[in-house]
Design a protein around this ligand. Sequence first.
Ligand code: ARG
Length: 250
Amino acid sequence: MKRMTKAAALVMAAAMMAAVPVSAEDTLTFGTNPEFPPFEYVTSNGVIDTYDGIDMAIAKAIAEDNGMTAAVENMEFDSLLVALQNGQVDAVIAGMTVTDERKEAVDFSTPYYTATQVMIVKEDSDIEKAEDMADKKICVIQGYTGQVCVDEMGYEYESFKKGTEAVMELVNDKCDVVVIDSATAQQYVSDNEGLKIVEDADAFGAEEYAIAVQKGNTELLDKINASVEKMLEDGTISELAAQYAEVEAE
Ligand code: ARG
């Protein structure tokens, strides 16, 4: 190896110092609503502080890919996009489905996960298709795409702030069905006795989860996309999805 010149050594020392996270510029702040296992939930020892899940692992990897540290702001699902627009967070990662309405407010990354809405019912339920919900008591989560689906079907529903609250209504026979995203539904069914999932692919289409950034923030979006695409190609994301589904189901 050649000997370094004094100038080169100084440049290198400066670069090494710059790599140490010291200022807020080295922090990438993600907004999420950690009420959505296996994508985000609160735990004693998560990948980012007390936050864990598929999305949290992805967020951490994106930050690290870019020499930054990931931080999480915990908020209501309904407040996420407003917080992003206000600049309170740099990006939103929350198992968030890309919709035309949301695309008017923010820009989305390359999608990283495909899901669908499903119905969680009691094991002895007679609900077999979405239209069987017509005369049933339906629970949804406020602001989730599941609420939009049920709304568009023209059925009455009650909405809750958290998936666990809606599932407790079902467990306690206060409602007949909860409409929510597939992977999260799996978690709730394995966490609670006597529940099952009913799918209806004709009624509920495919949904794609993506990371949101402020409209026009192409600089950050390009970085996020580069990381996401790398993790899709090398299988990291499907590995994480399988791992976290397993951990949670234990
Ligand atoms: N995929 C659904 C939606 O975009 C539900 C997402 C809920 N995510 C959460 N972190 N609570 O509306």
